[in-house]
Design a protein around this ligand. Structure first.
Ligand code: PLP
Length: 289
């Protein structure tokens, strides 16, 4: 695979960074993931805005090669180099605070952030979105700034491995009795005919798919509330699903071994999945930046 690292295109086997990189030492960095369909990004402006908000939150000054136009150009080259212009792909971007001698406080002004991008083939799992799968619940032991797409993903990794071991698709975090989100997805449920999801505050990532799902819900007249689902409400949830750039809308039909409602995907979930597909694969709406 040909990757982009600090201004050069190199095979992944030759893409090297210093062991003093603050991403390696402290997990001091951010990432972003774009979905691309035949080379066209889905919702590029929203991904760019979230990434730039994260840079500001972490006080990393924006490297020139991470401006929207440059990312577009680098992605085009990576898609070409890796034969990804047809079909689907993801573009992964990671920026760290750069290489410096190890001090907890920020290094001297002018330390160059590390910038890495890679493009990989992506195969959406339509069958999984039609049939759904299981989830487990885990305590949300993450920090209080889960809205930042930081590379510090250890709690997410541990929780997702726990789900994997339990043959579940996703682990759902629970904080103070409320379901927040999945390890790499946002969570939605339908209770009393109302589509519910955690508000986009510091405790969840403001998912781009989450925003699109809320827009689709509005367009088809589904009542919605940005109000977290309590763990004690799970027993009376009529539908449950997770969503994300690589999950699309995936129904959750069992939680901690107990079936959700009838144990099969519900009509609102299915309608939202269809609406998301229409947005994803409509050429007009997946305009290039
Ligand atoms: C913790 C978390 N929540 C939600 C999401 C979904 O966000 P998006 O729809 O922007 O992919 C992700 C995506 O990776 C995530 O890591």
């Amino acid at each position: 695979m040909i990757m982009y690292l600090n201004g050069v295109y190199v095979p992944d086997t030759e893409a090297k960074i210093s062991v003093l990189d603050r991403g390696f030492i402290f997990g001091d960095g951010l990432y972003e993931v774009w979905r691309a369909i035949e080379g066209r990004f889905f919702e590029p402006a929203r991904h760019q805005a979230r990434f730039e908000n994260g840079l500001r939150a972490l006080k990393i000054s924006q490297p020139d090669d991470t401006k929207a136009a440059q990312i577009r150009a680098i992605a085009d080259r990576l898609f070409a180099e890796n034969s990804l212009q047809a079909g689907e792909a993801t573009l992964y971007l990671q920026v760290t605070r750069g290489v410096a001698s190890r001090t907890h406080h920020f290094p001297a002004q002018g330390t160059k952030p590390t910038v890495m991008m890679m493009a990989r083939v992506f195969t959406p799992s339509e069958a999984r979105c039609r049939t759904g799968g299981s989830a487990i619940t885990v305590p949300d032991i993450r920090w209080h700034r889960s809205n930042i797409k930081s590379v510090q993903l250890l709690p997410n990794v541990l929780a997702n491995e726990q789900a994997h071991q339990a043959d579940a698709l996703e682990a759902l975090f629970v904080r103070d009795g409320l379901l927040t989100e999945g390890t790499h997805s946002n969570l939605f449920g339908v209770i009393d005919g109302v589509l519910r999801t955690h508000p986009a505050n510091d405790f969840v990532l403001p998912g781009i798919t989450r925003e699109v799902v809320l827009e689709v819900a509005e367009s088809i007249g589904v009542p919605r509330a940005e109000k977290a689902i309590g763990i004690d409400e799970l027993a009376r949830v009529d539908e449950l699903f997770v969503c994300g750039t690589t999950m699309d809308v995936t129904p959750i039909i069992r939680v901690d071994g107990a079936p959700v409602a009838g144990g099969s995907p519900g009509p609102i979930t299915n309608a939202l999945y269809e609406g998301l597909l229409a947005r994803l694969y409509s050429r007009q709406e997946v305009a290039k930046t």
